[in-house]
Write a protein that binds this ligand. Structure first.
Ligand code: NCD
Ligand code: ZN
Ligand code: ZN
Length: 345
């Protein structure tokens, strides 16, 4: 009996952490094997805040994926001090595809992030003019806000006013996790879109506590109640073109995750397209996978769709318990579990 197969236009990953140095060399090829392009997050330590620094980082990534056709789409890390001139330089460079807004203190390596969005108004105006998208980690950071409410509070306090002040600014609401975010994106203008990660489609917050504390399921924004996951699955089934693939694959060493103060981030690049495929199959909408993974992202960013294709085969394989990360190891998403689709070489 021949196995079930699916051929789609090669996908892109619109939200990816590749890190730098040894870690970059350990993880980059996982993504380059599956995706034609990826939006590379700039939250290195220190962050990538200038076009000059982004060129160096781009070269480092290209060296790590040598021999492949993978195209890194670079971003700059927005700070209180990012100048309008830097935006003009970014636009002229042609290879900077967006600026990333991390509210200061919201997530991994966000200490240099924006303390108050009003500090960036001149810069955002220039981005609006240049058609350069703002990519947002959408969580309010005030310590008195419940950790599960941070996305909703960000929408009300920051995102709505921002879209009113800059109606033509392109915005990607990254890694959305709540019904409120899904509803907000659906009713927003076509200048605003969102990425959805595999973990927020697959898991709810119970996964953080199943049989004990599960640090490898900890990411930011943190997993939510199942009603929110159901809302994300509903937009997936709807086939709305405002949502696209962004893994947020975020490698951390095993010992930094399994620590008294474990850090946030889930590594999924080893099986990204296969995990999304399983989710779409389970939802009965395999026919909607290609638009989500390969069309909606480039259409929003104003880039051409890929011309190559990939083929996925319905075939079981087991995720290893660990992969190497530099001289250390990492525990991948769904470690030890069986995945029912495999991308053919
Ligand atoms: C990301 C990381 O480790 O860089 N972590 C995460 O939990 N998602 C940062 C981010 O995307 O917020
Ligand atoms: Zn984030
Ligand atoms: Zn991220």
């Amino acid at each position: 009996m021949t196995k079930k197969q699916l051929t789609i236009t090669q996908p892109d990953d619109w939200h990816l952490h590749l890190r730098d140095g040894q870690a970059l060399n350990s993880v980059a090829l996982f993504t380059a094997k599956q995706f034609a392009r990826a939006i590379i997050m700039p939250n290195l330590n220190p962050p990538v805040t200038t076009v000059v620094r982004a060129v160096e980082y781009l070269d480092e990534i290209l060296a790590a994926v040598e021999g492949t056709d993978f195209e890194p789409l670079m971003t700059l890390y927005l700070t209180d001090n990012t100048s309008p001139e830097e935006i003009i330089a970014a636009r002229k460079s042609c290879f900077i595809k967006g600026l990333k807004l991390y509210p200061a203190g919201a997530t991994t390596n966000s200490d240099a992030g924006v303390t108050d969005i009003s500090h960036c108004y001149k810069t955002l105006e220039e981005m609006q003019k240049a058609g350069l998208p703002l990519l947002i980690h959408g969580e309010a950071t005030s310590p008195d806000i419940d950790v599960f409410d941070r996305e909703k509070v960000f929408i009300d306090k920051t995102l709505i006013p921002l879209t009113q002040k800059f109606p033509d600014l392109k915005i990607v609401f990254e890694h959305i996790t709540t019904k409120e975010a899904a509803d907000f994106v659906l009713q927003a203008s076509d200048k605003l879109a969102a990425t959805i990660t595999p973990q927020h489609l697959l898991l709810n917050r119970n996964a953080l506590f199943q049989g004990g504390l599960q640090p490898h399921n900890y990411c930011l924004p943190v997993l939510k109640r199942d009603t929110h996951r159901q809302a994300l699955l509903k937009v997936i089934r709807s086939g709305s073109n405002k949502f696209f693939l962004g893994t947020d694959s975020a490698p951390h060493t095993k010992h930094k995750k399994e620590s008294a103060c474990g850090c946030a981030g889930i590594f999924s690049a080893h099986a990204a397209i296969e995990i999304y495929t399983s989710i779409f199959e389970e939802q009965g909408v395999l026919d909607k996978l290609e638009a989500f993974a390969s069309f909606n992202g480039p259409d929003f960013y104003g880039l051409p769709r890929n011309s190559k294709t990939i083929t996925l085969v319905k075939e079981d394989w087991q995720v290893p318990d660990e992969y190497s990360l530099g001289s250390d190891t990492l525990v991948p998403f769904l470690a030890g579990q069986t995945i029912h689709w495999k991308m053919s070489a």
